[in-house]
Design a protein around this ligand. Structure first.
Ligand SMILES: Cc1ncc(C[n+]2csc(CCOP(=O)(O)OP(=O)(O)O)c2C)c(N)n1
Ligand SMILES: [Mg+2]
Length: 363
């Protein structure tokens, strides 16, 4: 008997605003001018803090961090599309979204200076935002579990989680997608495909033509968007959220973007990629095209741009001053947070650590 085709699949790509700022009017989301301006401001705010942190790190004033420059669109658009009751479950390259959800700049600075206290957010902000997840892929499982819990509780809310392209090769990604699909949990999975997992280019890391298609195996609706196009990100995320609120389960969104900076400040990308490669992506970065779009709508001009940049730089300056004026937390503070109650073996290690610190300072 003849072989039969059982199923055929397709993966859609969505772009609303191309790299020159040209709009596809048919696909333009129905956003109020105020929301468009908030979205732009959110992305520029992340860029300003990111670039300032890079200088601070080079001056030895903060520790290692992973810059988000060039990747502002997906998480900021997500934060705009989300309701307060949705959970923001990020990895470590979602500065735009975190700040948009209300994370104070000083918290970011504390965290990247090695103080876990940076993750202690004001109550309303931290209520539905998980701490940064540096262990690649773990947050995907947290989001799947949170989505499951939201469904059990009958809440009309979703978990929105982010991961890199490299993270999609972790077991956690596949378990998270499968779990959320089986339970039809309200989860929006966003993979920021920035083309690199440290020094490994995407082509060497997966044979899949797209990251989006990885959803198909699990029965998860999927789409690829231009991740440097904040409008495309917004449209896809909003659709995914609506699907989740309707009880129709998870969605996987691949946001195609580029890591314009180093992996972290401990990395040197000149060892594995060329400036020409980077320049191609600088032409496609997300802020300039959005600025062109706002200008074409009569919402933006050079004077507004200058005023915004000045205002944000002042805000960052103030945050840096406040951060540097804060007395450091005691070095043994992490021991207080391992368990809610004291534990003999942790206490033993605590005492050893205090003794080692004393020895070091006496030396
Ligand atoms: C489980 C685990 N393995 C390895 C690492 C070291 N590591 C940190 S980031 C990273 C690459 C992540 O690449 P990707 O998921 O594409 O995210 P990106 O850094 O590009 O945003 C690796 C291997 C880690 N933090 N956690
Ligand atoms: Mg990556």
């Amino acid at each position: 008997m003849p072989r039969k085709t059982l199923a055929e699949f397709k993966v859609e790509h969505l772009q609303v605003l191309d790299e020159n700022g040209k709009l596809d009017k048919e696909l333009e989301p129905d956003l109020a001018d105020g929301d468009l301006l908030r979205l732009y401001r959110g992305m520029v705010r992340a860029r300003e803090l990111d670039q300032r942190m890079l200088k601070l790190q080079r001056q030895g004033r903060i520790g290692t961090f992973g810059p988000c420059t060039g990747q502002e669109a997906p998480s900021t658009a997500a934060a705009l599309a989300m309701q307060d009751d949705d959970w923001f479950v990020g990895a470590f390259r979602e500065l735009g979204g975190r700040l948009f959800r209300g994370e104070p700049l000083t918290n970011t600075l504390f965290y990247y200076n090695g103080w876990e206290e940076g993750n202690v957010l004001p109550k309303e902000v931290g209520r539905r935002m998980t701490p940064l997840a540096v262990v690649v892929g773990t947050q995907i499982l947290h989001a799947a579990g949170i989505g499951y819990a939201l469904k059990l509780k009958g809440e009309k809310a979703a978990a929105v989680t982010f991961c890199g392209d490299g993270a999609t090769s972790e077991g956690d990604f596949h378990e998270g997608l499968n779990f959320a699909a089986v339970w039809q949990a309200p989860v929006v999975f966003i993979s920021q495909n920035n083309q690199w997992a440290i020094s490994i280019p995407r082509e060497k890391q997966t044979r899949s033509e797209t990251i989006a298609q990885k959803g198909i195996a699990y029965g998860v609706p999927c789409i690829q968007v231009d991740g440097n196009d904040a409008l495309a990100c917004y449209v896809a995320i909003k659709e995914a959220l609506e699907r989740a609120y309707r009880g129709e389960g998870p969605t996987l969104i691949e946001a195609v973007t580029y890591r314009l900076m180093m992996h972290t400040t401990a990395d040197d990308p000149t060892k594995y990629r060329t400036k020409d490669q980077e320049d191609v992506w600088w032409q496609k970065e997300p802020l300039i095209r959005f600025q062109k779009y706002l200008s074409a709508k009569g919402l933006w001009d050079d004077a507004k741009e200058e005023a915004l940049r000045e205002e944000l730089r002042a805000e960052v300056d103030t945050a840096v001053k406040e951060f540097e004026a804060t007395a450091p937390w005691p070095l043994d503070r992490p021991f207080d947070h391992v368990f809610a109650e004291t534990h003999p073996s942790i206490e033993k290690q605590h005492q050893e650590y205090l003794a080692a610190l004393k020895e070091e300072s006496d030396a």
